[in-house]
Write a protein that binds this ligand. Structure first.
Ligand code: 16G
Length: 252
């Protein structure tokens, strides 16, 4: 994998455009994997020289990418491509999708798998009647060798009937039957992980984690998954694009 930065020819364009272009070039280099996670960027002076922009422009572009979680600045050491996984709040992606987008290989260890009747809570979450059957999965999710999340999923039997062969990716399995969720409701809160989660995730007891609950829906409004994901707080950045309420009203 080439580890050099893309260069742009010196430019005389006004500073705001130069800053946006440099920023876009860096994002492209990160997204394409040309600048991999943990890669050290050259110093400000070198970046300015390579891109034909001023150091102020470089500083501004870097500051924006640091704020977005794409780069990290370590005091005295320089600027690095963030090793955190950027997760969009507005796209319905799977764990495997997010990891592959980051150039990492997803791995799954199934901790528990069982079938049974819905509990009252599961029936509420999945819109099922009492007595309906579900598949319960508890999985430890890795990126490369690193444990990143623990997920408990409850899937209605109609989606994954007994005898279904499960792929490492739940969404890939559902996709085989045209049942990948098309829409989801999600809520997120910060929690401190307990001793068992800490052991599985390889972090200190009580470390900050994100608990995300997702109800995934099909086009016909049936709920096809209820998943509680415990993501390592030190590994993920959640990013959303927001528009102002006025803007939404203008368009309505
Ligand atoms: C993500 C989803 C989870 C889904 C899983 C499927 C969040 C917060 N959660 O972790 O609801 O079940 O992806 O991933 O994004 P998979 O297809 O790789 O098994």
């Amino acid at each position: 994998m080439p580890k050099s930065l893309p260069t742009t020819s010196p430019t005389t364009e006004p500073r705001p455009l130069a800053y946006l272009r440099l920023r876009a070039d860096l994002v492209q280099a990160i997204d394409s994997g040309e600048l991999g996670p943990g890669h050290a960027l050259p110093g400000e002076r070198e970046l300015a020289r390579r891109h034909g922009v001023s150091r102020v422009t470089v500083r501004k572009a870097l500051a924006g990418l640091v704020a977005d979680g794409r780069l990290v600045q370590r005091h005295g050491a320089g600027t690095f491509v963030s090793e955190r996984i950027v997760k969009s709040f507005s796209h319905l992606t799977s764990f495997s999708d997010d990891l592959r987008a980051r150039g990492l290989a997803p791995h799954t260890r199934t901790l528990a798998q069982e079938r049974g009747e819905v509990t009252p809570e599961e029936a509420m979450a999945l819109n099922l009647s009492p007595g309906a059957r579900v598949l319960r999965l508890r999985r430890l999710r890795h990126g490369g060798d690193e444990p990143l999340a623990i997920e408990r999923s409850v899937i209605p039997e109609f989606a994954l009937p007994e005898g279904t062969e499960l792929a490492a990716s739940l969404y890939e399995t559902l996709d085989r039957f045209g049942l990948r969720p098309r829409r989801a409701l999600q809520r997120l809160r910060a929690v401190a992980c307990d001793a068992e989660a800490a052991r599985l995730l390889g972090v200190a007891n009580g470390s900050a984690c994100l608990l995300i609950e997702r109800r995934g829906f099909l086009d016909d409004a049936r709920v096809v998954e209820f998943t509680q994901s415990l993501y390592r707080g030190d590994a993920y950045d959640f990013v959303a694009e927001l528009t102002s309420i006025d803007h939404d009203h203008d368009r309505a």
